[in-house]
Design a protein around this ligand. Sequence first.
Ligand SMILES: NC(=O)c1ccc[n+]([C@@H]2O[C@H](COP(=O)([O-])OP(=O)(O)OC[C@H]3O[C@@H](n4cnc5c(N)ncnc54)[C@H](OP(=O)(O)O)[C@@H]3O)[C@@H](O)[C@H]2O)c1
Length: 226
Amino acid sequence: MSIAIVGGTGPEGSGLALRWAQAGETIIIGSRDAQRALETAAKLSASAGADKKISGTENRFACSAAEIVVLTVPFAAHAETLKHIEPSLRAGQILVDTTVPLAASIGGKPTRTLGVWQGSAAQQAAELAPEGVIVVAAFHNLAADLLQQQAAIDCDVIVCSDDKDAGKRVRELARKIPGVRALDGGKLENARIVEQITAVLIGLNIRYKGHSGLRITGLPAAAFER
Ligand SMILES: NC(=O)c1ccc[n+]([C@@H]2O[C@H](COP(=O)([O-])OP(=O)(O)OC[C@H]3O[C@@H](n4cnc5c(N)ncnc54)[C@H](OP(=O)(O)O)[C@@H]3O)[C@@H](O)[C@H]2O)c1
């Protein structure tokens, strides 16, 4: 199974790429610029180990070659990027949206979010993706700075999707990152709430100078295995 990371040259996408490559997944870094994708892939290979499977290419080619596509671009580029990759997406593919509609993406404050007509960035993705592409929202609360380090990450990932099987596959992918636990956050419409939490976490990071994450308490251990 190959995972394409659209916008994989940025901190969030390359952090996820690093962790998944270390766990043995095949990664294709996507970029608007194939050369930039190749350079990022080479850097990640140097960190993850030469035996790891990381390549780089233009976003559309990356999507065509993958079973799972992870979208890691700023919200300002969200709709435009989805329209660009649309011809390379196909029914049955899983599209994982990590996008937080931060006001910072259009020059506003990083602690504020923008209203999205569809309810959330993930729901906007579901509207723009071709029919049959399954959208899953995840990783909004996982800080790129922590992904890029080697240590286990003290954070839970809440995964929202209208497709139970796709949600389960993405939870399995999240659990490949050491320290991360993953939970079924319900339907895709709940991404609206999970995306918003990130703005609060960014405010905490600014006030207390850290990389905050989420831990959900009070659930049976089995909840984190399903
Ligand atoms: N950073 C975090 O800690 C974090 C945590 C959770 C979720 N997220 C979410 O993950 C996404 C990516 O975050 P990031 O910090 O990695 O973002 P970023 O560095 O601003 O952008 C990621 C990549 O997106 C591409 N990009 C930038 N502007 C673009 C445009 N106008 N059109 C098309 N592509 C563009 C660039 O790749 P190319 O130039 O190579 O095409 C860039 O390297 C965001 O939606 C963010 O809300 C981030």
